[in-house]
Design a binder for this molecule. Sequence first.
Ligand SMILES: Nc1ncnc2c1ncn2[C@@H]1O[C@H](COP(=O)(O)OP(=O)(O)OP(=O)(O)O)[C@@H](O)[C@H]1O
Ligand SMILES: [Mg+2]
Length: 231
Amino acid sequence: MQKIVVLNTKGGSGKTTLTTNLVSSLVCSGTKPALIDLDPQGSSTRWLANRPASVPAIAGTEGYTQSSQVTKTWLLRTPEDCDLAVIDTPAALSRADLVSATRGADAILIPVMPSDIDIHAAMKCISDLLLVAKIRRPDRKIGIVANRVRTNTRVYAKLQKFLSSLDIPLIATLRDSQNYTRAFEFGLGIHEMPYSQVKKDIEAWEDITAWLQELREHARRHPAAIHLLRS
Ligand SMILES: Nc1ncnc2c1ncn2[C@@H]1O[C@H](COP(=O)(O)OP(=O)(O)OP(=O)(O)O)[C@@H](O)[C@H]1O
Ligand SMILES: [Mg+2]
């Protein structure tokens, strides 16, 4: 099963928003995703429970224990008929949990808000992924999503500069939009909202879909490298 992890140790960067909209967009395109909620706050799980009967159901698993530790068994409890798992992670992720949550990941999405504090925190998070979780840069698994962006601001330019210096791709830019807040409230993703209302946001999501597709093709072309990493 493919594993997509949404991660940023900075709180409120948009992990849950990205996760819920990603599973919603996948289900709209005919894929069968499972949503794994590793956050004891349970926001993704609450969103799943709020989904109306009129939209496709999405399988969900809560992957934490009462002691707030990320469990090692969550993958075993993921429904077998799902094509892939999207994992929402908590902000306060210990180094051990960072390693455990990203082990065998096919893609790691990091939402980053363009503020000085957030850029600094993202820098730390990315360096932990590379140095502690040993994610190899050539595998191109890490993709940054600039979130809540008002384009052409000075901090957005700073975020772009910071990412190009790290050679980590900025795969998409999501604007600051009430559509996300509204969709979440109703247990929906923006792909399930009236098109005329969310047209601009849907266009931005095409970049995320294209990147994931590219990554799948890259993994198909380099199966040996992926196999070695997982063994
Ligand atoms: N692109 C966006 N436009 C407008 N609001 C957004 C956007 N992305 C996220 N938000 C809002 O920002 C807040 C934080 O987002 P979210 O809960 O997804 O972050 P998080 O990283 O999961 O937080 P935590 O670290 O607490 O789990 C929420 O109220 C959410 O609705
Ligand atoms: Mg969250």
